[in-house]
Write a protein that binds this ligand. Structure first.
Ligand code: FES
Length: 127
């Protein structure tokens, strides 16, 4: 069981939902199931509108590390994934802070998902 907390200026308060372990839904699908609106246009990893910031909250090492090829490309082109961050994900198992909700497959871990509610606009990393 994973606790997923959604936080955004578009929500009256943070919303925590429970995802079933082994569930292969994307974060975008989990948000939709819970009536949480994350901007999205293509659902394919191409547009970058579903940009989110993900923070691992559990005591264990992050699990949802692997980025899809489209996620890597779109985040890189949009300036949300540096070469260093990609290398860290691929060699040190350190997931980058910015992800795409339509490409991020939920794993059995507690996470905080932050988004601005504006397509492709990031939550500040210093928050
Ligand atoms: S909805 Fe277009 S990249 Fe996710």
């Amino acid at each position: 069981m994973a606790n997923i907390t959604f936080s955004s200026p578009t929500l009256a308060k943070d919303v925590t939902v429970y995802a079933i372990a082994g569930d292969t839904n994307t974060l975008l699908a989990v948000a939709k199931q819970n009536n949480i609106v994350i901007p999205c246009q293509c659902h394919e990893g191409d547009c970058g509108s579903c940009l989110i910031k993900v923070t691992n909250l559990g005591p264990n090492k992050p699990k949802a590390i692997a980025l899809t090829q489209k996620e890597k490309l779109t985040l890189s082109v949009n300036g949300k994934l540096t070469k260093e961050a990609l290398e860290n994900a691929e060699t040190n198992d350190m997931p980058p802070p910015y992800r795409l909700a339509c490409q991020y497959v939920v794993r059995d871990e507690d996470i905080l998902v932050e988004f601005t509610g504006e397509p492709g606009v990031e939550i500040d990393l210093r928050r």
